[in-house]
Design a protein around this ligand. Structure first.
Ligand SMILES: [Ca+2]
Length: 349
């Protein structure tokens, strides 16, 4: 908790030296804190429901190519058989088809989605347009078991969870029992291995708060996560991504370095081009990997809860571990340009 009190790198360094704590591995919430690179990421997504999940996965790969993060696993909260294969084909496009993918069972939003199904099925001359091994989410391991396996193999206090769909998998992880991967129950395993949850969830304007999709689709799960997640948590509310639109002109011009680009194709399948789309999920990725670059402001510390209308409410509390992002006009311009450059960055291979 002393991290909340660190107001400068210098103070953090002094405190760390005294306490012999790996402060830069743990420091996350002050803009001054410098995270250890590469940041160990787990990406939990409802891929297929909105196109920002796809661009967010592209941003992760760009950051990994720059040595800034390591994508340990992708877990899917959308219960549709093409969500996992689409994640796999994007990972493969970026040269990382070995990244494990876990898929929810008995989850939310099983509806079909053109932008995940068509690229997964697309063929040219009898060959898959976007090669991938996972043909159906039904063939993937169940998400919570994979999360437990991956977490158990990581150094303590090292993992950043990025949750950009509903909280189904994160909630089930918290409630999971000991298994062959770890003798720890889920909450204890998270407390030991994770250092941050960066999630796109909620709505935090000063006035006029509404219920938000990632929360109300599985409100009990979101409530459980806000109440019981044992590490610092930073939420990117609806209003952040809403203020930062990904421009159609980038899709039209910046992804032309290959004939077939899965993100460009998916974007065009999701809605009729040209359109600008909110960057909701991309902002949670950017904060998770670059918390120290001034892209965002942070609320005071406090606690988030889901009220009986499924609206997120925030209570300031100096002892709280939860915050939400803020942005000013300068930050909006900077974040938009950073996300354009990262999402359209060519694969490193
Ligand atoms: Ca999403």
């Amino acid at each position: 908790m002393f991290l909340w009190l660190c107001r400068s790198l210098r103070v953090c360094a002094i405190v760390a030296a005294v306490l012999v704590v790996p402060v830069f591995q743990s420091a996350i919430l002050g803009e001054e804190a410098v995270p250890v690179k590469p940041v160990r990421l787990i990406f939990d997504t409802d891929m297929g429901n909105d196109i920002d999940d796809a661009l967010a996965l592209g941003v992760i790969h760009a950051l990994q190519s720059r040595g800034e993060c390591q994508l340990l696993a992708v877990t899917v909260s959308k219960d549709n058989e093409f969500a996992g294969p689409f994640c796999d084909l994007v990972n493969t496009f970026y040269g990382r088809g070995e990244i494990p993918i876990g898929v929810v069972r008995n989850g939310k939003t099983p509806e079909d989605s053109r932008y995940i199904q068509q690229p997964a099925k697309a063929e040219d001359g009898g060959q898959p347009r976007y090669p991938h091994k996972l043909k159906s989410g039904k063939d993937a391991p169940e998400a919570v078991g994979l999360l437990r396996q991956v977490l158990s193999q990581q150094p303590d206090g090292s993992v950043v969870m990025v949750v950009v769909g509903f909280s189904t998998n994160a909630s089930r992880l918290l409630d999971s029992p000991a298994d062959s991967h770890s003798p720890l129950k889920g909450r204890e395993l998270v407390a030991q291995k994770c250092r941050l949850l960066s999630m796109m969830a909620g709505h935090f304007p000063e006035q006029g708060r509404n219920k938000e999709y990632n929360v109300y689709i599985d409100a009990p799960a979101a409530s459980n996560v806000f109440a019981n997640w044992p590490t610092p948590l930073v939420a990117s509310g609806f209003e952040i991504g809403q203020a930062i639109k990904f421009p159609a002109i980038s899709i039209e011009r910046d992804f032309l370095y290959v004939k077939y680009h899965p993100l460009r194709e998916a974007y065009g399948l999701y809605q009729t081009m040209p359109y600008d789309r909110e960057t909701w999920d991309l902002t949670s990725v950017l904060y998770a990997v670059r918390p120290d670059r001034g892209y965002f402001g942070l609320s005071s510390p406090g606690k988030i809860h889901v009220d009986d209308k499924q609206i997120t409410q925030f209570t300031a509390d100096k002892a709280g571990q939860q915050r939400f992002l803020t942005v000013n006009p300068e930050q909006i311009a900077r974040v938009r340009e950073a996300l354009i450059q990262l999402a359209s960055q060519p694969p490193a291979h």
